[in-house]
Design a protein around this ligand. Sequence first.
Ligand code: MG
Ligand code: MG
Length: 250
Amino acid sequence: MAVTVKSARQIELMRTAGKYLAELHERMGESLKAGMSTLEIDQLGEKIIRSYGCEPNFLNYNGFPASICVSVNEEVVHGIPKKNRILKEGDVVSLDCGLIYKGWHSDAARTHIIGDAPKEVKDLVERTKQSFFEGIQMAVDGGHLYDISNRIDSYISGFGYGIVRDLVGHGIGQKLHEDPQIPNFAQKKKGIRLCAGMTLAVEPMINLGRGDVDWLDDDWTVVSADRSVSAHYENTIVITKDGEPEILTI
Ligand code: MG
Ligand code: MG
């Protein structure tokens, strides 16, 4: 599939989708607390999405059974919400979700810490977020796709963390996952040339230990192979004519 370039009107629709998703993340983040089940987070998230007149795009995606991916501690992504998974103090909770507004998708992820956690965990969460902001500095009209990958890698590698390689960022638009794929680790090639109007979901997934991952028997949940804590940060962005990309989901 070719990489699509969106018109001003299409970007406006994605901007609205992004605005709702940013608000959703804020509201879910404020609600997180010890004692809450991961299923409650999903139910709250789905309710908020539908209150906007939007549809959750993760629900039933390739059979995924929920609207919000809730991945705790060593879970990297695609954690399935459960009634008996109760959050406790010190848990690292990644919420990944998206919604559809008038046929247009948004996708974003945030990692939260319940209460307090060791400094090395707080640093991991903060630096994973920062790696997104480092990477998107390269998401400019006329630049190359893998400049984003290389920048994320060079920022993260200095800390000795493991970059997840089996999962990558992606284009987004009328589909949740469009071309191109956006790795979070250094590439030998340059990748496609970027141009204004391309909409991308950039999403570093970083482990405190090694970057290798396993899939659990539920066929969804991805965990760090060494079971070290993992963090995830994602936004949907649009490349603009004048330097900085616009972040649609903040
Ligand atoms: Mg996502
Ligand atoms: Mg994504």
